[in-house]
Design a protein around this ligand. Sequence first.
Ligand SMILES: [Zn+2]
Length: 357
Amino acid sequence: MPTFHPSPREGQTMKRSLLASAMGMAFALLATASPAQEAGGAPPRAAADYPAPQTFPKANEKAVAEHLSAARKLAGTDLFPDMAHRCIISPVYPVRVRGIQFDGKITPTRIFDQLYSVGQNAVSAYVLKTSAGLILFDTLDNADEAKTLLVPNMEKLGLDPKQIKYIVITHGHGDHYGGAQWLQQATGAKVIASAIDWEMMEKGPKPGVFKDLPLPKHDMEMKDGDTLTLGDTTIRFYVTPGHTPGTLSAIFPVTDHGQRHVVGFNGGTGGGRDEAGLRASIPSFARWGELTRAAGVDVLIANHPLHAETIEKEELLRHALPGDPNPFIVGTDTYQRYVRIQAECARVQLARLGLSE
Ligand SMILES: [Zn+2]
């Protein structure tokens, strides 16, 4: 175990960084920077210009209250953060989401015997290890992230990127397929998405930063109810519209210290982004609830860390004492409550927009 005394190499680094920060402070003082700038923060602005909550002038306040109340009851205390994020923070205080969901490095973590979390702070990526190679879910924002973050994260966990046989794109937004073309070319893996989201990637309008992303080669389309088997592992896929029209969700088994569990990986926990998406997500989550209940799903993962406190759970897992439960195993009932909260938050948002279900 390392001691608390810095090694000579660390000591040198510390000296250099102290000198650098002293020089930085001197420069900052000469440039009369504000305390916020010295601390690395944004330049100050007038309070009148602070970001404000989103407003909903057409809101049906009674319906908002009823659905928020229902969501809150479903959440209890254990799922309060998930309810708060989907029903309140994301739709009403989106600036807070941008503050937390920034591009950043996180510690890659093996979260089940066969499942590895290899993404970044803003968006997740997972590797499922089978007896005949690896299946990667999502590819981060772009080739640079795939090369600089995802691949080294895999290697830190002892996974060989050359063993990736399939790359699953959970939905056709750039933060999930951005690194796909590079990974496809680097590994020879087949890229999978739903037909609808392939079309969205290839022909749909793309917002700002995703406009010029290179597209992966159109390898495979997964239909609702299709399975993919690699070695000893079978994944069942469902098309679960809402977040995008062709969001792909997956159910697959894993083990935790040899004990079998079933993962429910809904690709659309980002929720409906407009009226059509919100409307579509309500029956879609109801159906996902039935499918995951029938499959005995008791493990919750999501494609953004913020949607399921992934980073916090991984920190706990890496520090788990013998016998501590795996925090990703939420149990079948809690998983169902999580799914119902997603639908209830869509109802809240429709009510905010003055629309009925
Ligand atoms: Zn998305």
